[in-house]
Write a protein that binds this ligand. Structure first.
Ligand SMILES: C[S@@+](CC[C@H](N)C(=O)[O-])C[C@H]1O[C@@H](n2cnc3c(N)ncnc32)[C@H](O)[C@@H]1O
Length: 287
C-alpha cells in the first residue's frame, strides 16, 4: 500500500547572499504567506499560524519524501539519530518549544525566558502554548524581517507577554532583558549560522541575569566527537557551509573560568528535519 523512502543525503548549498540576508528574505516571505492565509482564513492563535507555516514550507528536500497520504501530506520522512540516518513517521515531530516548556516547568521559576536568534519567534510561541507560562518572553534576532513578523504574531498570542529586539551573536548584548533575577536563555539552531562566536560568549550570557540557565539546541555534536556517518558528513558540511565551528571551545573557556557549570550534553538525540544537521542539547547554569 505504501513504499518506505530510502535515507539519502540532503544537498545543501551556501546561499550566495550569506546566512543573515538569506534568513531576512525567508522570514519576510513567511510573513507575507502568513498575512495572505490569515486574510483568507483567519488563524485562531499563533500556534495554528506557526504549524501552518512549518507544514507549508518544509525544509526537507523533496527527494526524501516517501509516499504521501490522500490529500498530499507525507507519511514518512528521513531523519537521523545518534550518527545514523533513519526513516521515521513524518508525524514524529520534535518541538524545541516543548523542550523549553518542560525546562521552564522543571527548573523554574524564572523571571524571563530569552531566545537569542529567535527568527520569527516560533519556539517562544510554542513554549507558551505547550507549557502555559505567560512570560515575560524576550526574543533577540538579527534580522528586521524576523522581528517584524514575530512582533505581529504577538497579536495572536492572547495571554502571552513577549517582545522582540535587535541582537547579534557576534557581540551579545542582553541589555533589553533588564537583568532579571533568574532567566532561562536559549538558542535553537541559531549559533549554527555564525562560524565563530566570541570567546567570552557564554560569560556574557551568564551576565544576562543574576542567575542564568542556558539551554542550547544546536547542531554542534560533531564538535564533541563522531557518533557515526552522519556526524562525519555534518562536520564536512559545517566547514563548507560556514556553520559554527567553535561552540565547544567557547563553552569550555567559560567552564574553565568557573563562570558556568554544564549540567547536560546530549549529542544528536532529536529527530532533525534536516537529517544531516542533527541537534545536540546542552544545558548549563551560571556560577
Ligand atoms: C535556522 S534559523 C533558527 C531560528 C529560530 N531559532 C528557530 O528555531 O525557528 C537561524 C536564525 O539565526 C539568525 N542569525 C543569523 N546570524 C545571526 C547573528 N549573527 N546573530 C543573531 N542571530 C543570527 C537568523 O536570522 C535566523 O533567524
Amino acid at each position: 500500500m505504501f513504499s518506505v523512502p530510502t535515507p539519502s543525503n540532503v544537498t545543501v548549498t551556501l546561499p550566495p547572499e550569506g546566512w543573515p540576508d538569506f534568513y531576512d528574505g525567508s522570514w519576510t516571505a513567511l510573513h507575507r504567506a502568513f498575512r495572505d492565509r490569515h486574510a483568507a482564513t483567519p488563524f485562531a492563535n499563533a500556534f495554528q499560524a506557526v504549524r501552518y507555516l512549518e507544514k507549508t514550507f518544509e525544509l526537507i528536500d523533496k527527494s526524501q519524501v516517501g509516499d504521501v497520504m490522500p490529500g498530499g501530506r507525507r507519511l514518512l520522512r528521513t531523519s537521523s539519530f545518534r550518527g545514523q540516518t533513519c526513516v521515521i513517521p513524518a508525524y514524529a515531530n520534535v518541538y524545541a518549544g516543548e523542550i523549553l516548556a518542560d525546562l521552564v516547568a522543571g527548573m523554574g521559576p524564572f523571571d524571563a525566558v530569552v531566545e537569542l536568534g529567535c527568527g520569527y519567534g516560533r519556539n517562544l510561541f510554542d513554549c507558551f502554548y505547550f507549557g502555559g507560562w505567560s512570560g515575560p518572553y524576550f526574543g533577540g534576532e538579527l534580522t528586521e524581517g524576523g522581528r517584524a513578523f514575530a512582533s505581529e504574531l504577538i497579536g495572536l498570542a492572547t495571554g502571552m507577554q513577549a517582545s522582540f529586539h535587535p541582537f547579534t551573536h557576534l557581540a551579545p548584548d542582553l541589555t533589553f532583558v533588564g537583568r532579571p533575577k533568574r532567566a532561562l536563555i536559549t538558542t535553537v539552531h541559531s549559533i549554527e549560522a555564525v562560524e565563530a562566536i566570541p570567546e567570552d560568549y557564554f560569560d556574557r550570557l551568564a551576565d544576562g541575569a543574576e542567575q542564568v540557565v542556558g539551554v542550547h539546541i544546536e547542531p554542534v555534536g560533531f564538535q564533541y566527537g563522531s557518533l557515526g556517518e552522519v556526524s562525519d558528513i555534518h562536520r564536512q558540511l559545517a566547514t563548507t557551509l560556514r556553520w559554527n565551528l567553535n561552540f565547544r571551545d567557547s563553552l569550555q573557556a567559560a567552564i574553565n573560568r568557573g563562570r558556568i557549570a554544564v549540567s547536560m550534553i546530549a549529542p544528536e538525540v532529536l529527530f532533525p528535519s534536516d537529517a544531516l544537521n542533527p541537534s545536540t542539547i546542552i544545558i548549563w547554569t551560571s556560577r
